[in-house]
Design a protein around this ligand. Structure first.
Ligand SMILES: [Fe+2]
Length: 340
């Protein structure tokens, strides 16, 4: 074990400043077997030091994401005040997750987190400054009607936003019951499905399928009325296409959300929680769509995400991001503070 002091410090920041754990609360630290055991112990110890009642549950690593957890795990989730959800095979779109939220749990979603990530992405970032950038970016996103995304690798995609739909700044700070938040550094929203047209070149990561991750070769997705109509590329494109087909669910082909990444410390490492936060990057999700987005897709057999590297993003023809930096006038100063 290495950097144990830094890890404890980051675990303490996680339970105190993100999960906002209070004295006497029941805390469930939930993981599958691939998650680092020392990190779980650190989270439990940190929660215990705040006079909360932590408990760790670990179950088998499933072969796919969004498989229901064991029944007694689901029961424990439901009766917890706070769940810190770490399974790599995330359960975000399961009944167990929804039931726990309905029962009043607050869930901090940290799928696939490892000690290095916890130290870097939580311990060693000016978290509140990053959230300030996120708040501004969320406002700009909410105000945008027409979106155009281009990249040097060939992405050329247009869509429209519905002003009635919410834009979620996932700041990872659990202020209220009945909510889940993912780690800070991400904003997500559901564009108007029918309006999404063009080409996405996924060139950072695709996950799941679980045999993918960081991409060696780009994968080209042609999108018509919000649906993937063609997949082109090398071996990775074939694997992705076969996986989508194996789901036997039409909804797996539909864009469920668009997301910004803006974590200044995020690197492309092959863990989606970090990959999807690449600074000034864009991600698209396909398949299951959380109800909170108020979109048209709903629950599908599963969910997958694909990432775009350093795209040019235009909102109503104004350039917001370029070359991995935020260039919009309301963001430039914070961008400089965070990225130098
Ligand atoms: Fe997603």
């Amino acid at each position: 074990m290495s950097m144990f002091m830094e890890l404890y410090n980051s675990a303490l920041k996680t339970v105190r400043d993100l999960a906002l754990i209070k004295s006497g609360e029941n805390i469930l630290i939930l993981a599958d077997t691939v998650v680092d055991w020392e990190m779980l112990k650190m989270l439990a110890s940190a929660a215990y030091s705040l006079n909360a009642e932590p408990s760790i549950m670990i179950y088998e690593t499933r072969e796919e994401v969004n498989v229901e957890p064991p029944k007694h795990v689901a029961e424990a989730m439901k009766s917890s005040d706070v769940v810190i959800s770490l399974p790599l095979m995330y359960i975000l779109h399961t009944n167990a997750y929804n039931e726990a939220l309905k029962a009043g749990a607050r869930i901090l979603e940290l799928t696939g987190m490892n000690p290095d990530m916890m130290i870097r992405l939580i311990g060693r970032v000016d978290y509140l400054r990053m959230c300030e950038l996120g708040d501004r970016l969320a406002k700009i996103t909410k105000d945008a009607k027409e979106v155009h995304i281009k990249s040097s690798s060939g992405t050329d995609l247009r869509f429209e936003n519905d002003p009635a739909r919410p834009v979620f700044h996932n700041d990872g700070i659990l202020r209220e019951k009945h909510v889940y938040k993912t780690l800070g550094g991400q904003i997500s929203w559901a564009p108007i499905e029918d309006s999404i047209e063009g080409t996405i070149i996924a060139d950072t990561f695709i996950w799941p399928p679980t045999e993918l991750g960081v991409l060696k070769n780009p994968v080209k997705l042609r999108i018509k009325e919000g649906r993937i109509i063609e997949i082109e590329g090398g071996v990775e494109a074939k694997i992705f296409e076969n996986w989508l087909r194996s789901m036997e669910d039409e909804k797996m082909y539909y864009v469920a959300h668009a997301s910004w990444g803006f974590h200044p410390k995020a690197r492309l490492i092959g863990v989606p929680l970090e990959d999807e936060r690449l600074y000034a990057g864009i991600e698209f999700g396909f398949g299951s769509q959380s109800l909170k987005f108020r979109g048209r897709i709903g629950k599908a057999r599963s969910h997958t995400d694909v990432g775009l590297y350093n795209p040019d993003v235009y909102f109503d023809e104004v350039l917001i991001a370029h070359g991995g930096r935020f260039v919009h006038e309301d963001l430039r100063e914070l961008d400089k503070t965070l990225k130098g």
